[in-house]
Ligand binder design. Structure first.
Ligand SMILES: Nc1ncnc2c1ncn2[C@@H]1O[C@H](COP(=O)(O)OP(=O)(O)O)[C@@H](O)[C@H]1O
Ligand SMILES: [Mg+2]
Length: 240
């Protein structure tokens, strides 16, 4: 679905990502975990085209997209929920979703089962109740739901989420994880980037630890509990 080879990226003369290699297979949830400042959001920005990369290659559905602008990547089927969620705060929930739907309708999705507004309201009933509310007046958890709903209305083949648990109450984290589980059961491919390893250990298939811009440790399928209980390994990358 997505392949990254020898990717380097940074900000001006400051290099952040060093020789990133990874693959996300169809219907797989890959997690990248790391402490604050490790390079997680930089990697997300590089993948979705918001940050120019140095050397290396990014391929999506067998096509090279390394230098493709962000809006064309979205149209090619790569949707992202960014760290700050980037919603249209002065528009209602419904208008945010309608705008995303109109973009989604323009792409030739490979999905045989595209998401409709009603599917999203089934997934997030509270958004149906609040469809006329301005997004800027919603709680953080509700805004997160709008961001995920909007990403899904782009009818993506790969959904990327930057710290889906950040700033949410434990209950909202649980809700978000059950939505992720639900999408997984429908075969959505996902890249989850998280500082909170425990939050995604139950849903992620495989993963990597990122530290100082490098993927330094691989967590294989079924390896999350071992990683979480390996104190020295955990401390090395997350402190504490
Ligand atoms: N816009 C920027 N300009 C310069 N350096 C940045 C910028 N954004 C992030 N960085 C630096 O890049 C490194 C990785 O940051 P980031 O990818 O945001 O980490 P994470 O998402 O894992 O917390 C940090 O050292 C951070 O200070
Ligand atoms: Mg970040």
């Amino acid at each position: 679905m997505l392949t990254i080879q020898n990717l380097h990226a940074g900000y001006g003369s400051v290099s952040v990502l060093q020789d990133i290699n990874l693959e996300i297979r169809p219907s797989e949830i890959l997690a990248i975990v790391g402490a604050n400042g490790a390079g997680k959001s930089t990697l997300v920005r590089a993948i979705c085209g918001l940050l120019k990369t140095g050397s290396g290659e990014v391929r999506f559905r067998d096509k090279e997209i390394t230098h493709m602008p962000a809006h064309l990547r979205a149209r090619a089927g790569l949707a992202v929920v960014l760290e700050n969620r980037r919603l249209w705060g002065e528009l209602s929930v419904k208008d945010n979703l309608r705008l995303a739907r109109s973009v989604g309708e323009k792409r030739n999705s490979t999905s045989t089962n595209p998401y409709s507004m009603n599917d999203l309201y089934d997934l997030f009933p509270v958004l149906h109740q609040r469809e006329s509310s301005l997004v800027e007046l919603l709680s953080g958890g509700e805004q997160q739901m709008v961001a995920i709903a909007r990403a899904l209305l782009l009818q993506p083949d790969l959904l990327i989420m930057d710290e889906p648990s950040a700033g949410l109450s434990p209950l909202m984290v649980k809700n978000t994880l059950s939505v992720i589980q639900n999408l997984k059961s429908k075969g959505m491919s996902m890249l989850l980037v998280e500082q909170n390893v425990a939050a995604i250990a139950d849903v992620a298939d495989r993963g990597y630890v990122i530290n100082l811009g490098r993927l330094v440790h691989e967590v294989p399928q079924g390896g999350w509990s071992g990683f979480l209980t390996n104190e020295s390994l955990f401390k090395a990358y997350f402190g504490g």
